[in-house]
Ligand binder design. Structure first.
Ligand code: COS
Length: 409
């Protein structure tokens, strides 16, 4: 609470976006940043880690934790200060994501959409009225945002989406189904990509809308049963003649919704990369502690070189991913287009995290397969990183395309 207000006052007016032009941003006050990271570190260690097993078992985050997250300002870390958030830089956001990575994924997922894909559409391309209306409420956690791109028949090929938005007077009528939508069961707003021009099959026929929960014609499917990340919810979002006022068209312009979605994902992918570094660090810490305590053949298994090899490979890969994602974040803060770097970081860090999870489970031996040990849960939780916000194969396509584009320009 204290940190939240001190940071806001000290850095007033230096938010990440100003008049739609990204400023060149640097970490603004190392001392304040360390205080913020320290507060989050303590909160994670003292409040969240002890609850990991309970959240997994109950598939729910306790209400008092959600309230504490609100009080700490965790829902508004990335919302600019002029809209009531902390307005942290991308580099700072990565450092926060690494701290949040030290515990179960469900906790980060809860605040993830307000700080990322659930609010970024409006932040990047929204009108000033839209920003004023929604961003302050995302920042406090009063409302929860979500991002509706994926559909039953359109995942990696996002531009083929079928949800339609047909103009009727001052309204658009939405029809279609969105799938696997993170935080949808809790969401108050849905950033929805829908086709406003049926004549155009590809990306330029798509527009983005901000649809509020409770709008007639909007309903939710049942909560998905997932492999991991229990305590974080996804479900279908269904539009059946759902009438949305034209004021809810993001930016007030048709046909730019796909680009908005891609720009949202450029940033979201960097965040996931940072988060993967944090999760990998936690898994390695657990594995090292296990290896120094567990004895076989009369000595701690940490003394065996085959175990040491797995520990060392994991450490080196985590370090490489951390360097990569922080470099990409600094480039974004410097105002550069980071489409390539964001995909490189997402691909490398999430694949790294998968390898680290596998090695750390291996170090635990049979115990790693038992739910008493956190690695069993993390192994399942981190599998999603290589899938959502663009699979590894989509990142490969993006990176290769950007290379070819430059070579043939
Ligand atoms: N920023 C801004 N604009 C972008 C962009 C970006 N990062 N990426 C693409 N665009 C623009 C292109 O410049 C193009 O505009 P023009 O027509 O004016 O040239 C338009 O968007 C269409 O781009 P493109 O032709 O590359 O689209 P494709 O259909 O070939 O698909 C991929 C692009 C595969 C990259 C995209 O569909 C994708 O990211 N898929 C994965 C979706 C995803 O991550 N889903 C997860 C759901 S959220 S958890």
């Amino acid at each position: 609470m204290v940190i939240y207000f001190v940071l806001r006052n000290k850095n007033k007016g230096k938010g990440i976006y100003s008049n739609d032009i990204m400023e060149i941003l640097m970490i603004r006050d190392p001392e304040m940043l360390e205080q913020l990271l320290g507060t989050i570190r303590d909160f994670v260690r003292d409040e969240l880690v002890p609850l990991e097993h309970e959240v997994e078992e109950n598939n729910a985050i306790p209400e008092h934790i959600i309230n504490q997250m609100k009080e700490l300002g965790l829902f508004g870390l990335t919302i600019p200060e002029e809209y009531g958030g902390l307005g942290i830089t991308m580099e700072e956001e990565i450092l926060v994501a690494i701290e949040l990575g030290q515990t179960s994924a469900a906790f980060r997922s809860l605040i993830g959409t307000n700080n990322g894909i659930g609010s970024s559409g409006i932040l990047i391309d929204g009108t000033e009225e839209q920003k004023q209306k929604y961003l302050p409420r995302y920042a406090t956690g009063e409302i929860i945002g979500s991002f509706c791109l994926t559909e039953p028949d359109s995942g990696s090929d996002a531009a083929s989406l079928k949800t339609s938005a047909i103009k009727e007077g001052d309204y658009y009528v939405l029809n279609g189904t969105k799938r696997f939508i993170t935080n949808a069961p809790r969401a108050t707003t849905f950033t929805v990509m829908a086709r406003t021009n049926a004549e155009i099959k590809g990306a330029s026929g798509i527009s983005a809308f901000l649809v509020e929960a409770g709008t007639p014609g909007l309903s939710l499917g049942k909560i998905d049963k997932k492999m991991g990340q229990h305590g974080s919810y996804t479900c279908d979002v269904i539009f059946d003649n759902c009438k949305v006022h034209q004021d809810q068209l993001i930016g007030g312009v048709e046909g730019i919704g796909f680009k908005t979605a891609m720009r949202v994902l450029d940033k979201g992918r960097l965040h996931i990369a940072g988060y993967s570094v944090g999760m990998a660090e936690r898994m390695l810490d657990d594995a090292v502690n296990y290896a120094v305590e567990r004895k076989q053949f009369g000595q701690p298994i940490a003394s065996f070189q085959l175990i040491q090899g797995m520990l060392a490979d994991s450490k080196a890969e985590i370090y490489a991913a951390k360097c990569m994602v922080l470099d990409a974040a600094r480039l974004r803060d410097a105002g550069q287009n980071v489409t390539t770097e964001s995909s490189c970081a997402k691909m490398f860090a999430t694949e790294m995290c998968g390898r680290v999870a596998d090695r750390c489970l291996q170090i635990h031996g049979g115990a790693g397969y038992i739910s008493e040990y956190a690695i069993e849960r993390f192994y399942r939780d981190v599998r999603l990183f290589r899938l959502y916000e663009g699979t590894t194969q989509i990142q490969q396509i993006i990176i290769a395309r950007e290379l070819i584009k430059k070579a043939t320009a």
